[in-house]
Design a binder for this molecule. Structure first.
Ligand code: PEP
Ligand code: MG
Length: 779
C-alpha cells in the first residue's frame, strides 16, 4: 500500500474517477482507465471489472489491469468462482487466501494462480446486480474495512456510468430500428422548407380559470413574460452552410454549452446546494458522450445544418426518454431538452436567459427547466405557471426553494395566454386565472391582504419563544430535506432541525455520495443552525422512496419490506459511510443522530455496535468528531411503542413519527387514497400509543419529540402537548401558527383536553370534540 492514509486515498481516487468519467468518451475507455487507476492507488497486482450479461448468469471480463490482456472477453457463470459468488450473494467477498476458499475456481486464461488475496464488490442497477469490481494481490493481504468501503464507493460510481452507458446504448438501438423510416422522412424533407409551427392564436382578453398542480404556495398577480417555445418548436435554419463550416460551428457550440453547463453547476451549487446542482453534472456527461455528438455529426455529414441536426438528435432522445416506464427516467427528457436548447442557443447566438425580463413578471412557459431557474433573476419573477412538469421535477424543487408561487401542469396554458395577458397564479390551490375580471382581482387582493397581515402578525412572534401562558416551554424545530429548506426554516423561526431527511440529498444524485461529500452537506445544515440542535436521520429509503442508482428488490408490500434501517443494517457499507459522514460533520454544530423504523432493542444494539466501530475507525485516523453525539430513534412502529420502556433505556431520545405510526398501527397505506378514511390520527389506538411513548420517555428522563405531519395543525399540537409532548419538529411554514396557539393556551387546559380525549372510544367522537374545542379556543 502507498503510505498515505486510506481514506485520503479513497477520496483522491474517487475524485480522479469523477474526472475520468467526465473526460472519457465511451464505456470501454472509462472502465480501462478505472482499473488502471484503482490498481495503482490500491497497490494491487490485479484490478478487473466484470459485467453481467443480459441472461443474468454470465459474467464477462470487460477491463483488467494485471490479468492477461487476452483474457478480456472471457466469460464465467455466476455459479462459479469468487467473482460469481459476489453476484450471487449480492455482497462483498474478501479473502486473503483465495485458493483455500470453497468457491475458488481457477481460470486458466487469466494466469491468476499467482494471486492469493481477493476482494470482489458487486455493483447494481436499481434492483439487479450488473457487475463486479475485483481487486487481487499476489501476497496474502487482509483488506481493511476502510479499503472495502473505498472499493464499494468506487463500485457505486461504476454502476452509475455503466447504467448511463446502457441507457444511451438502448436509445441508440431504438434509433437504429427507426432508422429506415427516419431516412425516408429525411429524403422527403431534404431541400424542403422546414416550417415554423406558427404562433397559436391567442386572445389577450380571453378570460379563463385553469387548474394545475400547486408546486410552491402563495399568490402572484401581474403581467406575463412568455419564455420561448420548446426546442422542437424553434424555427430552424432552412439551408445548411458548407459541411466543414457546420462541423466547426458545432464544435464551438459544444464547447460553449459545456462552459455554460459548468457555470450553471457552480451557480446552482452556490444558490441552492451541491445536491441541487448535481443534475448539471449529468448534462456534462451527455454533452461529452460520443454517441450523442457522433449522431449530430453524422446528420451534418448528411447535409443538415447544425441547429437542425441538434434538434433532430435531441428530439429522438426526448422521445425515447418520454417512453420510459420509470418516472425518474421519463423526467430526464426535460434535461435532454435543456441540453439541446443550450446547444441551439449557442449555435444561433441566442440567449434564452431572461436578460430582458422586466420587473414583476409571471413567467409562462411550456416547461421550465433547471437552467431557466438558475439563470433567472428571482427578484424579478413574482410567479410561475407552466404546461408541463410535476412535483418531483428538479425545477419544482428549485421553485419551492426560491419561494416563488408556482403552478405546473396547466393544460392549454400557452394557447390561451398572450403577451398582453394578465394572470393570477395561486400556488396554494394550483389555479391560474387568465385576464381575471375586477371581482376576481378584488377577491385576490383581499386574500393577499389577509395573507400579508397574517404573515406580518406571525413575523412579530418569530423571535418569541413558544411558551404557554402557564410557563411551559415547547421547542419548535423544522423538518428539512434540502439545504435550501434552511432559509424557510429560519424565516419561520425554527429553533433547530428536528428531522433532516437525508434521503433527499441522495435522491438528487446519480450515485451514492461518499462520506466526505456527505459530511460537507451535513456540515452546511449544522452551520445553518449554529448552537442549535440538528437531528440527522440516516437513510430512510424503500417503501415509496427509491434511489435510481440503488438496487431494490421488487416487493409485494414495500412498506412492510426491505426499507429504512433494515437496508442500513444489511448494507453496512452504505450505513458506515453515512455514519462516518455525519460524525465527520459533527464538530460543526450540535449534532444528533437518529435512526428510522426501529422495531426493538436488538436493532438499537446492532446500530450502536456499528457506530462504535466507525467511531474507532475515525479515532485511529485522528479525525475529530463529537464523541457525545446524541443517539435517538424514531418511534413509528407499534412494536416500538410496546417496548418503549425498554428502548428508552438504550437511547438518548425518541422522535415519534406519526406519519408511519398511523399507517402501521391502523394497517393503512399512507399513500393510498382508497383507504384514506382509515388513516386517522384520532383513532384511540394512535393517541394511546403516543401517550405511552411520551410516558416511557418521561419515566426514563429522556425527551420525546414528535415529527409527523399531524402536529402542523394547531389543535393537534395542543392535544399532543396535553399528552406529554414537549417538542415538535414540523414542516417549517406550520411553525408560526403552532407557536401562536401554544402562546395562547395553558398547559393545564391542554391536559384537560387530552384527558377527555383519552377517555373516548371513537375516533369520530374525538374529531367532533376537537372541532368544538378548536372553535372555543379561537384556533
Ligand atoms: C414519520 O413517519 O412520521 C416521519 C416523520 O418520517 P417520514 O415521513 O419521512 O416517513
Ligand atoms: Mg417515517
Amino acid at each position: 500500500m502507498p503510505d498515505e492514509p486510506v481514506e485520503k486515498l479513497g477520496l483522491r481516487t474517487l475524485e480522479d474517477i469523477s474526472a475520468l468519467i467526465l473526460h472519457s468518451h465511451d464505456l470501454q475507455e472509462t472502465l480501462d482507465n478505472i482499473v488502471n487507476l484503482v490498481a495503482k492507488r490500491m497497490a494491487s497486482d490485479v484490478c478487473s471489472i466484470y459485467l453481467l450479461e443480459e441472461d443474468g448468469e454470465t459474467l464477462r471480463l470487460h477491463a483488467t489491469r494485471g490479468l492477461s490482456r487476452l483474457s478480456v472477453g472471457i466469460t464465467m457463470k455466476t455459479s462459479e468462482g469468487l467473482t460469481g459468488l459476489a453476484v450471487e450473494s449480492r455482497g462483498v467477498v474478501a479473502t486473503d487466501n483465495a485458493p483455500l476458499h470453497p468457491r475458488y475456481k481457477y481460470f486458466r486464461q487469466t494466469k491468476e494462480e499467482k494471486v492469493l488475496s481477493f476482494l470482489g464488490v458487486p455493483f447494481f442497477e436499481r434492483k439487479n446486480p450488473i457487475g463486479v469490481i475485483v481487486v487481487q494481490n499476489r501476497e496474502a493481504r487482509t483488506f481493511t474495512p476502510a479499503e472495502i468501503s473505498a472499493v464499494s464507493t468506487i463500485a457505486w460510481q461504476i454502476s452509475s456510468i455503466v447504467s448511463n452507458a446502457k441507457l444511451l446504448d438502448s436509445i441508440r438501438k431504438k434509433e437504429e430500428e427507426r432508422a429506415y423510416y427516419a431516412a425516408e422522412v429525411e429524403r422527403l424533407t431534404k431541400g424542403g422548407v422546414l416550417k415554423s409551427p406558427g404562433t397559436p392564436k391567442r386572445a389577450s382578453s380571453h378570460q379563463a380559470v385553469l387548474t394545475g398542480i400547486g408546486i410552491a404556495p402563495g399568490f402572484a398577480a401581474g403581467k406575463v413574460s412568455i419564455l420561448n417555445r420548446g426546442l422542437r418548436e424553434e424555427p430552424v435554419l432552412e439551408r445548411a452552410r458548407p459541411r466543414a463550416e457546420e462541423h466547426k460551428r458545432l464544435l464551438i457550440a459544444l464547447e460553449k454549452a459545456r462552459i455554460q453547463t459548468i457555470y450553471l453547476e457552480k451557480r446552482v451549487g452556490e444558490m441552492l446546494s451541491e445536491a441541487d446542482a448535481a443534475i448539471f453534472h449529468s448534462h456534462l456527461m451527455i454533452l461529452e458522450d460520443r454517441g450523442f455528438t457522433g449522431k449530430i455529426t453524422t446528420l451534418i455529414d448528411e447535409g443538415l445544418g447544425a441547429e437542425r441536426a441538434v434538434s433532430e438528435v435531441v428530439g429522438h432522445y426526448i422521445a425515447a426518454f418520454s417512453q420510459m416506464e420509470d418516472p425518474y427516467l421519463r423526467e430526464r427528457s426535460a434535461d435532454m431538452e435543456d441540453i439541446g436548447r443550450r446547444l441551439v442557443d449557442a449555435l444561433s447566438g441566442n440567449h434564452r436567459s431572461q436578460e430582458k425580463l422586466k420587473e414583476n413578471r409571471v413567467i409562462i412557459a411550456r416547461e421550465l427547466l433547471p437552467s431557466d431557474l438558475a439563470t433567472m433573476d428571482p427578484g424579478k419573477v413574482i410567479g410561475i405557471a407552466t404546461e408541463k412538469g410535476n412535483l418531483n421535477a428538479h425545477a419544482a424543487i428549485m421553485a419551492r426553494a426560491l419561494g416563488i408561487p408556482t403552478v405546473f401542469g396547466v393544460d392549454g396554458l400557452l394557447k390561451l395566454v398572450g403577451v398582453r395577458s394578465e394572470v393570477i397564479v395561486d400556488g396554494t390551490s394550483g389555479c391560474v386565472y387568465l385576464n381575471p375580471d375586477q371581482s376576481v382581482k378584488l377577491e385576490y387582493q383581499r386574500l393577499q391582504g389577509e395573507f400579508d397581515l397574517k404573515q406580518r402578525a406571525l413575523e412579530g412572534i418569530r423571535e418569541l419563544p413558544a411558551v404557554t401562558p402557564d410557563g411551559c416551554r415547547i421547542m419548535l424545530y423544522a423538518n428539512i430535506g434540502l439545504i435550501s429548506d434552511l432559509r424557510v426554516a429560519h424565516l419561520n423561526g425554527a429553533e433547530g432541525v428536528g428531522l433532516y431527511r437525508t434521503e433527499f440529498p441522495f435522491m438528487t444524485r446519480n450515485a451514492f455520495p461518499d462520506r466526505y461529500e456527505q459530511a460537507s452537506v451535513y456540515r452546511k445544515v449544522l452551520e445553518g443552525f449554529p448552537g442549535q440542535p440538528v437531528t440527522i436521520r440516516t437513510l430512510d429509503i424503500g417503501g415509496d422512496k427509491g434511489l435510481s442508482y440503488f438496487p431494490h428488490p421488487k416487493e409485494d408490500n414495500p412498506f412492510l419490506g426491505w426499507r429504512s434501517i433494515r437496508v442500513s443494517l444489511e448494507r453496512e457499507d452504505i450505513f458506515r459511510e453515512q455514519l462516518a459522514g455525519v460524525l465527520l460533520a459533527s464538530p460543526h454544530g450540535r449534532c444528533n443522530l437518529m435512526f428510522p423504523l426501529v422495531s426493538g432493542v436488538d436493532e438499537v444494539r446492532a446500530i450502536k455496535r456499528i457506530l462504535e466501530e466507525v467511531k474507532e475507525e475515525l479515532t485511529r485516523e485522528g479525525k475529530p468528531f463529537d464523541r457525545e453525539i446524541g443517539l435517538g430513534i424514531m418511534v413509528e412502529l407499534p412494536a416500538a411503542v410496546l417496548v418503549a420502556e425498554m428502548l428508552a433505556k438504550e437511547v438518548d431520545y425518541f422522535s415519534i413519527g406519526t406519519n408511519d405510526l398511523i399507517q402501521y398501527t391502523l394497517a393503512c397505506d399512507r399513500n393510498n387514497q382508497r383507504v384514506k378514511k382509515w388513516y386517522d390520527p384520532y383513532h384511540p389506538a394512535v393517541l394511546h400509543s403516543i401517550k405511552k411513548v411520551a410516558d416511557a420517555a418521561a419515566g426514563a428522563g429522556k425527551p420525546a419529540t414528535l415529527c409527523g405531519e399531524m402536529a402542523g395543525e394547531p389543535i393537534n399540537a395542543i392535544l399532543l402537548m396535553g399528552l406529554g409532548i414537549r417538542s415538535f419538529s414540523l414542516s417549517a411554514p406550520c411553525i408560526p401558527q403552532v407557536k401562536e396557539a401554544i402562546r395562547h393556551i395553558a398547559l393545564a387546559r391542554a391536559r384537560r383536553i387530552a384527558d377527555r380525549v383519552l377517555g373516548m372510544e371513537s375516533a369520530l367522537a374525538i374529531r367532533s370534540y376537537l372541532e368544538v374545542a378548536q372553535r372555543e379556543l379561537g384556533l
